[in-house]
Design a protein around this ligand. Structure first.
Ligand SMILES: Nc1nc2c(c(=O)[nH]1)N[C@H]1C(S)=C(S)[C@@H](COP(=O)(O)O)O[C@H]1N2
Ligand SMILES: [Mo]
Length: 234
């Protein structure tokens, strides 16, 4: 387990991670990170660029909004459910109000995207995994969780051991307000010690499994264990 305080401020692997990232999505757009002109050029390029890059637009508070398959999923509190299934004693479907009624956790943590941008001091509000899983009761063989986004085909996974991190949560608030649609409303996975791609937005299903399957970006070459500063070439 890596404590965030151990991490160097600018791990050497960042650059490599960045290069690998843009290698994956196409050459010629690596200027995206370095200046407004390149950014505008990238968004003007429209549909010729992969979604991940086309949506890497600057957003409030230093965020860039990512989606692999726009339009963003929409959220209707009346019909929305969070399913917890797989290797559990009792599969559950939580309504939005049932989720909000669970014990509430709050934390402030830094957020790091593997492509090199970060947002410091994000205040998250949500539910700890232990409180969520207590409802479904994982069977003894359970070792991992697979997170499915309403944004098909975005998925990722974490082991139960990794999820013992005290700052892992399913978040429904960011900076004291309900999570916005861009940021994954109504809930997203938060795992600050790992790069942002582990944080599945528009989370709709948690499947308890024996192994942690490769996620969307992992199938495209990124590390499954995405420790900040200790993965993806660092
Ligand atoms: N469903 C979904 N979740 C996702 C992504 C995505 O494209 N789709 N991108 C991931 C990546 S790479 C990062 S860095 C963060 C970005 O969060 P933001 O879009 O709220 O800034 O979301 C993560 N979760
Ligand atoms: Mo990312």
């Amino acid at each position: 387990m890596h404590a965030p305080d151990d991490e160097p401020q600018d791990p050497p692997g960042r650059l490599l991670g960045r290069r690998a990232f843009f290698g994956m999505v196409g050459v010629g757009v690596s200027g995206l990170l370095w200046g407004g002109t390149a950014l505008r050029a990238a968004s003007d390029a429209g549909s010729v660029l992969p979604h991940e890059v086309r949506n890497a637009i600057p957003f409030g508070g230093g965020w860039r909004i990512y989606a692999v398959n726009p339009p963003y999923p929409s959220f209707d509190p009346a019909t929305w459910r969070l399913r917890i299934d797989g290797l559990v004693e009792r599969p559950v479907e939580l309504s939005h109000s049932q989720l909000l009624a669970l014990p509430r956790a709050e934390q402030v943590s830094d957020f790091h995207c593997v492509t090199g941008w970060s947002v410091d001091g994000v205040r998250w509000g949500g539910v700890r995994f232990a409180d969520l899983l207590a409802l479904a009761r994982p069977k003894p063989a359970a070792r991992a969780l697979t997170f499915t986004s309403a944004e098909d085909p975005y998925v990722d996974s974490l082991t139960l051991e990794q999820l013992r991190a005290p700052d892992a949560m399913v978040a429904y608030e960011m900076d004291r307000a309900p999570l916005t649609r861009d940021h994954g409303a109504p809930v997203r996975v938060v795992m600050p010690r790992m790069y942002g791609y582990k944080g599945v937005k528009w989370l709709e299903r948690i499947t308890v499994t024996r192994v942690a399957p490769d996620g969307y970006w992992e199938q495209r070459g990124y590390d499954r264990d995405a420790w900040v500063g200790h993965s993806n070439g660092a």
